[in-house]
Structures are given as C-alpha cells and as structure tokens.
Design a protein around this ligand. Structure first.
Ligand SMILES: [Zn+2]
Length: 110
C-alpha cells in the first residue's frame, strides 16, 4: 500500500470516527433522535455509549498517530523494532503502529 492510499484510508476512517464520536457525544444528530424517541435515557444506554466513545477515541488517537508517521515518513515501520509492518497487516489495519510480534508483546505488558 503506498502512502497516498494509506492517507486516504486513514482520513476516511478519521472522518467516519469523528461522525460516530459526534453522535455518541449527543451532538445535533443524536439530540434530534433523542427528543423524538423521548428522553427515556436509561443508564445502560449511557454506559454503552460511554464505552463506545472510549473505543472510538482510542481508535482515533491511533489513526492520528499513523497520519503523523505518514508526515514524518516513518509510516509502515514498526514503532518498537523499526522493521516494516507486513503489507497485509496494514491493509487490514492501516493505523497499525507495530508488527505482529511487537503488538503481541505490547498487549502482554498491559
Ligand atoms: Zn516490531
């Protein structure tokens, strides 16, 4: 995947996430929805929205970091070992910052 394609994919993912985050935060679209469906906001929905918001915000950060690496010319290199992240992995997750072994190590550390 070349840098132009990667950037396009990352930017469209970012736009999509920003839209979702806007909805989850209850900006205009959701507010209109809610008044129609009545403000019977139960805690479960709020919790679910909050959890989704956390995931979306984390994902957004990963995408922004990937765009920054594109700007710096280090996109596609693992941030830990510096080796190229396999093409197939970037196809599946353009925001991936690490190769598979380093990502596995990172996740074990948590
Ligand atoms: Zn690595």
């Amino acid at each position: 995947m070349d840098d132009t394609t990667a950037r396009e994919r990352l930017e469209s993912m970012l736009a999509e996430l920003d839209r979702s985050i806007g909805v989850l935060r209850g900006e205009p679209v959701a507010v209109a929805d809610r008044s129609a469906a009545d403000a019977g906001s139960d805690l479960t929905d709020t919790d679910r929205a909050q959890a989704m918001l956390t995931v979306a915000t984390t994902h957004r950060g990963a995408i922004l970091a990937a765009l920054k690496r594109l700007d710096e010319g280090t996109y596609g290199d693992c941030v830990d070992c510096g080796r190229p992240v396999p093409e197939g992995r970037l196809e599946a997750r353009p925001e991936a910052a690490r190769c598979v072994p380093c990502q596995a190590k990172q996740e074990r550390r948590r």
